[in-house]
Write a protein that binds this ligand. Structure first.
Ligand code: B12
Ligand code: SF4
Ligand code: SF4
Length: 325
């Protein structure tokens, strides 16, 4: 995410992008809270996708909606300059939303409101039109609560609205292009793409819905079997495509390892045999090492005889050593 360090001046002061800007309009677009997981992910070999990625990619949907608001401003004020952002430009979206009094920045670093919780996206319209601001800041309603800090599995959150993104599951499973550090893999638990824990535990977010959650909990052996064409067919219109096929399969291997369920061995062994991406093979080797047992050991030994990639060979050896001990 080195792009975050680019253009600091434009980030801090949008007038560096266009000196005519006078106002930022901050917008929120709610999405459905995650369903309460009813599937037993370990037993059923399922991984979980964060709620925001359900349905069509929000960048398209929210940008279109925000542009409609921008068009409204332009029609009310002919000649107005507007520029619309959803997640893509050098914009501190939560900072501007907090300063527009849309909500407060919680200890989980999310922008929250009392009536909507945090299950909403942000968008901004930068404009040269001068508009009145809301009259009172949105008070912080975290109070003495620390649930998000205490329950984040990787300890990514710290006092003072701080987060260490490099250990956040959302970063590790979406933005990270390389291997997931070995010590963090068990902490990823069931998360196949993104993570909702620090929102789910927040008292300002409504309890999850009761309906079918299988849409957000795909069967992992099917995920491991996706080739390029099948991945594209299933995820082109979804935010999940950001992880790319190799990233998603890497994550699926880690979650299968975390299930502790040896029913996953066959899918992982097949991956060791057929998968062209070394990144996916190396995480599958790790997962086989976690599951252990004679079938996992045989799959690793046979993969070791064929493997030419040094990083995968190292993972296989480490996995075999874990099984032996
Ligand atoms: C990089 C990024 C990430 C990174 C880093 C997250 C981070 N905390 O910085 C990763 C990959 C980890 C991530 C994860 C997620 N993200 Co994200 N992400 C972004 C992105 C592209 C940039 C964020 C950024 O600049 N971070 C750097 C920090 C310094 O800036 P900041 O976000 O503006 O927030 C700081 C300031 O506002 C300041 N601040 C403001 N007011 C106050 C008040 C006080 C008192 C203090 C001390 C500080 C303070 O502290 C904030 C926290 O550091 C934004 C879109 C955007 N352009 O803003 C989306 C965005 C923040 N992400 C979003 C979402 C939905 C998520 C996830 C929920 C997705 C998921 N389910 O997996 C998780 C949530 C994890 C979490 N707890 O934050 C939404 C958040 C919506 C909301 N209601 O807040 C955004 C705004 C995208 C959007 N357009 O809707 N994300
Ligand atoms: S998204 Fe998950 S890993 Fe990241 S800070 Fe929140 S609880 Fe922790
Ligand atoms: S869980 Fe508690 S501390 Fe964290 S954001 Fe929600 S109210 Fe604030």
């Amino acid at each position: 995410m080195s792009y975050l360090a680019r253009d600091p001046q434009r980030r801090l002061d949008p007038r560096a992008m266009d000196p005519r800007f006078r106002t930022i309009v901050s917008l929120g677009w709610t999405y459905d809270p995650p369903p309460r997981p009813r599937a037993d992910w370990r037993l059923e070999l399922r991984g979980r996708i964060a709620a925001y990625a359900m349905g069509r990619d929000y960048h398209d949907v929210v940008l279109k909606a925000a542009r409609r608001v921008a068009a409204q401003i332009e029609s009310n004020r002919p000649g107005a300059v507007t520029r619309t952002y959803v997640d893509t430009g050098p914009v501190f979206e939560r900072e501007w939303a907090a300063r527009a009094y849309l909500g407060w920045v919680g200890r989980n670093t999310m922008l929250l409101t009392r009536d909507r919780g945090s299950y909403f996206f942000l968008a901004e319209i930068f404009t040269d039109v001068e508009l009145d601001a809301a009259d009172a800041p949105y008070r912080d309603h975290c109070g003495t609560c620390r649930r998000c800090l205490d329950l984040c599995p990787t300890g990514a959150l710290a006092d003072g609205h701080l987060m260490e993104p490099r250990v956040c599951i959302s970063y590790l499973t979406i933005e990270n292009r390389g291997p997931i550090p070995r010590d963090l893999r068990p902490k990823i638990g069931m998360w196949l793409f993104g993570c909702d824990i620090c929102q789910e535990v927040c008292p300002w977010n409504e309890a999850g819905r009761d309906d079918d959650d299988y849409g957000l909990m795909p069967y992992l052996p099917d995920v491991m079997a996706l080739d390029d064409a099948a991945f594209a067919a299933r995820f082109t219109k979804s935010a999940v495509k950001r992880a790319k096929r190799r990233g998603l399969l890497r994550n699926a291997a880690v979650v299968l390892g975390n299930t502790g369920n040896r029913d996953a061995v066959a899918a992982l062994a097949r991956t060791m045999d057929r998968e062209p991406e070394a990144l996916v093979r190396s995480h599958s080797a790790w997962a086989l090492g976690e599951l252990g047992g004679s079938a996992a050991r045989r799959a690793l030994e046979s993969a070791l005889r064929r493997e030419t990639d040094a990083a995968v060979v190292e993972e296989i050896r480490a996995a075999l050593a874990r099984i032996a001990s």
